[in-house]
Write a protein that binds this ligand. Structure first.
Ligand code: AMP
Ligand code: ZN
Length: 481
């Protein structure tokens, strides 16, 4: 099932490429992690569901995976160029708290979402502020040949490396799409690798450096942690598609400078062999922006009665390179689909697990493998799993083994889920599950006695409490809040 060669879309070449590891038998992956100045929104979490699917696929293919996800607790400005304030400093000032407390709180909140979405822990969560000395060393190594100093900091001159911006494919000589706010930059696309603390100011986070007190630029941390923890070149670098425009081209330029490498016709000069980007989760009403009061966090979904894994299901239903539009209806449909699968898997739970390689399942295991090997085509892989569940007249233990094998890649945790787990109580619900069940029994008795007045009255009174009774629900789901 795992022999189909794995093909992945490399954003750097804009082509599907076969995955051939740098170190035989291994896969080394770096994923740009969250900036922990606020709760992650569910769009951010799409990036980690994607990185998780990639990691699970590499493990399933038999590679020894080393996955790094960083935690950005310094350096990320409110604008991805060099304009604006430091996101962390800004939030700390707003909340009148220390940056370290802000970082701790939101890192933990992020980890809670990671867990709720069945995202596997990486080999290491690398925290940017743990690598300040290494960042200064890295910067010192490239400063002479590639950087220049201004009053505001040390800047990287993008004209000193070949093929700058190839990843973005949109950068012109004028640095299209950028805001050139820094006086004295040689090229509009030049970026800070060290930002000096302005005279007369103190920052909560600042360190001494050869260029004065200050803090590293955001792009520097990923170059440094990628190199330190995985070595250049490593196999795969991931991030959301926005990173294809500024953050990753800048990381690549730094990496080229560090290696003393030439142009990007040789992809490994970029520091990684393959650069992969997930497309965005979009939402029309703007609730995903962290600056608007209530934004779409995973907890909001849970408060409204949607199990977090319904959101994982929603992500899997789209290819990672397609835009995915969020809607509550779409999330509801994903939950229903997950419920159906979980109910079918529940029937297999008591069976002793068999061996999956039964001829009846061969074509579906093949279909699943081909889908995942084709640039992680989870929508088709999901269909293969559902078709496997529907196979008739086959030993339950064998079927269970096939489902477990597929689910190890999709990460829904099907065998551990029950129908009851998926029925969450919305936070504003005023009635308990026991009360609902008791009312439904009373209603059933009334219907048996053909007392439809009582039966309708119970239905109506439940409706007033936010419970929708679903007569004849094919899922046997009876009611929902
Ligand atoms: P940040 O915490 O802002 O650095 O973002 C964390 C990750 O989420 C990055 O990989 C971003 O590219 C990604 N990201 C941001 N917004 C979205 C979105 N709406 N959909 C999918 N990924 C996103
Ligand atoms: Zn990064």
């Amino acid at each position: 099932m795992t022999d189909t060669p794995l093909k992945l879309f490399n954003s750097l070449t804009r082509e599907l490429e076969e995955f051939i590891p740098v170190h035989p038998g291994e896969a080394r992956v770096y994923s740009c992690g969250p900036t922990v100045y606020n709760y992650p929104h569910i769009g951010n979490m799409r990036a980690y569901v994607f990185a998780d699917i990639l990691g699970r696929t590499l493990s399933w293919k038999g590679y020894d995976l080393t996955h790094i996800i960083n935690i950005t607790d310094v350096g990320h400005l409110t604008d991805d160029g060099d304009a604006g304030e430091d996101k962390m400093e800004k939030m700390a000032a707003q909340k009148a708290q220390s940056i370290w407390d802000i970082a701790k709180h939101y890192t933990e909140a992020y980890w809670a979402d990671v867990k709720a979405l069945n995202i596997r822990e990486p080999a290491k969560w690398s925290v940017a502020t743990d690598y300040i000395d290494e960042m200064i060393d890295f910067a010192k190594g490239i400063a002479d040949k590639h950087c220049y100093e201004l009053d505001s900091g040390l800047y990287f001159d993008v004209s000193t490396v070949a093929d700058y911006g190839r990843l973005a494919r949109a950068v012109t000589e004028e640095g299209e799409g950028r805001i050139d706010t820094v006086e004295g930059k040689r090229n509009a696309a030049d970026f800070a690798i060290w930002r000096k603390t302005p005279a007369g100011e103190t920052r909560q986070m600042e360190w001494d450096s050869p260029w004065g007190k200050g803090a590293p630029g955001w792009h520097l941390e990923c170059s440094v942690m990628g190199e330190k923890l995985l070595g250049f070149p490593f196999d795969i670098h991931t991030g959301g598609i926005d990173h294809r425009e500024i953050h990753h081209p800048n990381e690549i330029a730094q990496n080229q400078a560090f290696c003393g490498c030439g142009g990007l016709d040789e992809a490994t000069h970029s520091g990684a062999k393959i650069w992969m980007h997930n497309n965005f989760l979009v939402e029309r009403s703007g609730k995903m922006s962290k600056s608007s009061g209530e934004f779409l966090r995973l907890q909001l979904l849970v408060d409204k009665g949607y199990h977090p894994l319904a959101y994982r299901m929603m992500c899997l239903q789209a290819h990672y390179r397609s835009e995915l539009e969020f809607s509550w209806e779409g999330l509801g449909a994903a939950l229903t689909r997950l419920k159906r699968i979980v109910m079918a898997v529940e029937r297999l739970k008591d069976a002793a697990s068999g061996a999956p390689d039964h001829p009846k399942f061969a074509p579906l295991r093949e279909k699943f493998a081909a889908a995942m090997a084709d640039d992680l085509n989870t929508p088709i892989a999901l269909v293969a799993l559902e078709e496997a569940l529907a196979v008739k007249k086959v030993d339950a233990g064998v079927k269970r083994a096939v489902i477990e094998e597929m689910d190890a890649v999709l990460g829904l945790g099907l065998v551990d889920l029950s129908r009851g787990d998926l029925r969450l109580r919305p936070r504003d619900a005023t009635i308990t599950e026991e009360e609902i069940e008791a009312e439904l029994i009373r209603r059933k008795e009334a219907r048996v006695a053909k007392d439809f007045t009582t039966s309708d009255a119970i239905r109506e009174s439940l409706g007033e409490k936010g419970v929708e009774v679903m007569d004849g629900d094919p899922l046997g789901w009876d009611w929902k809040l």
